[in-house]
Write a protein that binds this ligand. Structure first.
Ligand code: ZN
Length: 290
C-alpha cells in the first residue's frame, strides 16, 4: 500500500447511511487515532482505556445528538475497511448471538486492541506532515470549514495549507438576498464598501449533499455561523431562532444568543429566496443540539 491508496481507502470508508443522516463516527475515530499517532503513540490502542472515553466525548460534541452514542461501533466496524486491525477480537464475539458486534463493555473486558495495520502504520508513523494531510482530507470530507478548524485545534492538527473550496457565487447571492447582514443579529460591518466578518452558511452541509443555492443559504456573521455549524443555534419551521441548552457564557453571550431566542430571523425580501423546509429540518435533525 502507498499513501495514495490509503487516501482513497479513507475516502471510501463505508459509512453507515440511512437517508441523509450524518454518520461521522468512523471519521472521528480515525481523527482521534491520527492525533495520537502524531504524538508518537504506538500502533495499537486498548479500546477500554484509550478509545472509549475520548471517542465518546468527540461523538457527543461533533456527531448528531443521540440519546446514546456507541463508540464501540466504529472501532469494531472499521476492520472491514482494509487497513484497520483488531487484536483479541475473537474471544469477545458470541457465536450464539445473531449480532456479532460486541458492546463497549465487552470490548473493554476482552482488552480488544485496534489500530492501523502494520503496512499502513509504516506510511504515517513519525511523519507528522503526512498525518496532518490525512486529517485535513477526513475533515474536509465530513465537516464544514469552521467545524474543521474547531476539531483540528482540539486534536492538534495543523491545517496551515488548507485548500478552501469556496464558491464565490453562492456567497454573493446569499449575502445579497439577506441584504448584507447577519440573519440572526443584523450585524453588517463594512470597511468602506467591503463587508467584514459576514459569511454565507450552508444550512444543509455540502459534505452531506446540501446544494449551493439561495434556498440552502443563510447570511450570518462569523460568530453566528460558527454557532450554527456547531449546533449551538438552529431554526424552527417558522424561522424562529432556537438556542441550545448547552450555550453558556457571560453577558455578551446573553446578548448574542439568548436575547434572540424565539425571535424570527431576518428574511429575504422575496419569498422565492426563503430557506427550504427540508434543509431547515435537516439542520435541526442532524446538527442542532437541544
Ligand atoms: Zn450575527
Amino acid at each position: 500500500m502507498d499513501i495514495k491508496q490509503l487516501q482513497n481507502i479513507i475516502t471510501d470508508i463505508t459509512i453507515w447511511k440511512k437517508g441523509d443522516q450524518r454518520a461521522p463516527h468512523k471519521p472521528l475515530l480515525l481523527l482521534y487515532v491520527l492525533s495520537q499517532y502524531k504524538q508518537g503513540h504506538k500502533r495499537l490502542f486498548d479500546y477500554g482505556t484509550e478509545i472509549q472515553q475520548p471517542l465518546l466525548e468527540l461523538l457527543n460534541n461533533f456527531a448528531p445528538q443521540r440519546k446514546t452514542q456507541y463508540p464501540n461501533m466504529p472501532f469494531w466496524r472499521l476492520k472491514g475497511d482494509g487497513f484497520w486491525q483488531l487484536e483479541n477480537a475473537e474471544p469477545c464475539t458470541d457465536p450464539q448471538k445473531e449480532s456479532k458486534e460486541p458492546t463497549s463493555k465487552r470490548l473493554a473486558e476482552c482488552h480488544v486492541q485496534g489500530g492501523f495495520n502494520e503496512s499502513t502504520y509504516s506510511l504515517i508513523a513519525k511523519k507528522p506532515k503526512q498525518i496532518d494531510k490525512l486529517a485535513q482530507q477526513i475533515l474536509s470530507e465530513h465537516f464544514p470549514e469552521n467545524v474543521q478548524d474547531t476539531i483540528a485545534n482540539r486534536l492538534g492538527f495543523s491545517l496551515a495549507d488548507i485548500n478552501k473550496q469556496r464558491d464565490p457565487k453562492f456567497r454573493q447571492m446569499v449575502l445579497r438576498a439577506y441584504n448584507y447582514q447577519c440573519a440572526v443579529c443584523g450585524y453588517n460591518l463594512k470597511q468602506d464598501c467591503t463587508p467584514v466578518g459576514l459569511e454565507a452558511a450552508h444550512v444543509k452541509w455540502k459534505t452531506s449533499g446540501g446544494p449551493c443555492v439561495i434556498n440552502n443559504g443563510l447570511a450570518l456573521c462569523s460568530i453566528h455561523h460558527s454557532a450554527f455549524d456547531m449546533g449551538a443555534i438552529g431554526l424552527d419551521s417558522s424561522f424562529k431562532l432556537l438556542v441550545s441548552g448547552g450555550v453558556n457564557g457571560n453577558d455578551i453571550i446573553e446578548k448574542l444568543f439568548w436575547d434572540f431566542e424565539g425571535k424570527q430571523i431576518f428574511l429575504p425580501k422575496v419569498k422565492e429566496d426563503y430557506l427550504q423546509d427540508r434543509f431547515v429540518e435537516w439542520h435541526f435533525r442532524e446538527v442542532f443540539r437541544v
